[in-house]
Design a protein around this ligand. Structure first.
Ligand code: IPD
Ligand code: CA
Ligand code: CA
Ligand code: CA
Length: 272
């Protein structure tokens, strides 16, 4: 098995299987779910299903590949020495999930030696599964995805999201007040991974958010990149907790230059 041990296509197959299985479990439980606990703030919630879905994913991935590491939003990190690390958001869009909305997804990325090489974002209620392998394009329902190109900032439909921390939110509101008058309109769907997939799909033109964690972006950023998006942070930095910006080249730079002078916020992150 050693030749194929880190074959991105095989990693993707396993990830898709785990994501679809966890997605089915979560979809079946959505109607009767309630809040199990709160995390960074009273509105930063976790449900029993966030944890159950992550447990299922962890068992499936590490059951098949016991030497791998895994970083999950709900379960933390566990180590292995194979060079493969899984990055898992069992339910991205927990608040939507809790409110019986459709916009939530299971997100799984496979990293080999620190680089994301494959990713899946599965949205069971929407009936959409987004996949990407580095260098092999981004796909949904058998269709190769492509971002919208040549859209000027003032015509761009821009998605964003807001972290849970109160200190972060005041800053996000100020940033939004600068962005909104400069673009076509704003969307706030409630699931960062699906925002990046919507960008890949041409359903929005650009996306930005502060305060994300690797499980929010890892799989979906690859989907967006493989659909032709530029994805990054401020001043050439890679996407990180400070800022994630994603759009076709050209629009990326315009949005970056609008956001850059608006400054960092005062809070380090939502943690988990
Ligand atoms: C959240 C969603 C939301 C984004 C938040 C994330 P969660 O993830 O992606 O859209 O605005 O920053 O924390 O908690 O639902 O997995
Ligand atoms: Ca969460
Ligand atoms: Ca998330
Ligand atoms: Ca989550």
């Amino acid at each position: 098995t050693s030749a194929s041990a880190t074959d991105p296509r095989e990693l993707l197959t396993l990830a898709v299987e785990a994501a679809e299985h966890a997605g089915r479990l979560a979809a079946e439980g959505q109607a009767k779910v309630g809040v199990l606990a709160t995390k960074s703030t009273p509105t930063d919630v976790v449900t029993e299903m966030d944890r159950a879905a992550e447990r299922l994913i962890r068992e499936r991935l590490l059951g098949a590949r016991p030497g791998d590491s895994l970083l999950g939003e709900e379960g933390g990190a566990s180590g292995g020495s194979s060079g493969v690390r899984w990055i898992v958001d069992p339910i991205d869009g927990t608040v939507n999930y809790l409110y019986g909305r459709a916009e939530w997804a299971v997100s799984i990325a496979a990293e080999v030696d620190g680089e994301v090489v494959a990713g899946v974002v599965a949205a069971p209620v929407l009936g959409e599964v987004y996949t990407a392998v580095r260098g092999q394009g981004a796909w949904c329902a058998g269709e190769r995805l492509r971002v919208n190109e040549g859209v000027p900032l003032e015509m761009a439909l821009v998605a964003t999201g807001f972290g849970y921390a109160a200190s972060r939110r005041a800053h996000q509101a100020r940033v939004l007040s600068e962005v909104l008058p400069r673009v076509r309109d704003i969307r706030r769907a409630g699931a960062a991974a699906l925002d990046l997939c919507a960008l890949a799909h041409g359903r929005i033109d650009a996306y930005y958010e502060r305060g994300l964690n690797p499980w929010d972006w890892s799989a979906a950023a690859l989907v967006a990149e493989e659909a032709g998006a530029r994805v990054g942070g401020l001043d050439g930095a890679p996407v990180g907790p400070d800022l994630a910006i994603a759009a076709a080249p050209g629009l990326f730079e315009a949005l970056h230059d609008l956001l850059a002078p608006l400054g960092a916020d005062t809070d380090g992150g939502d943690g988990r």
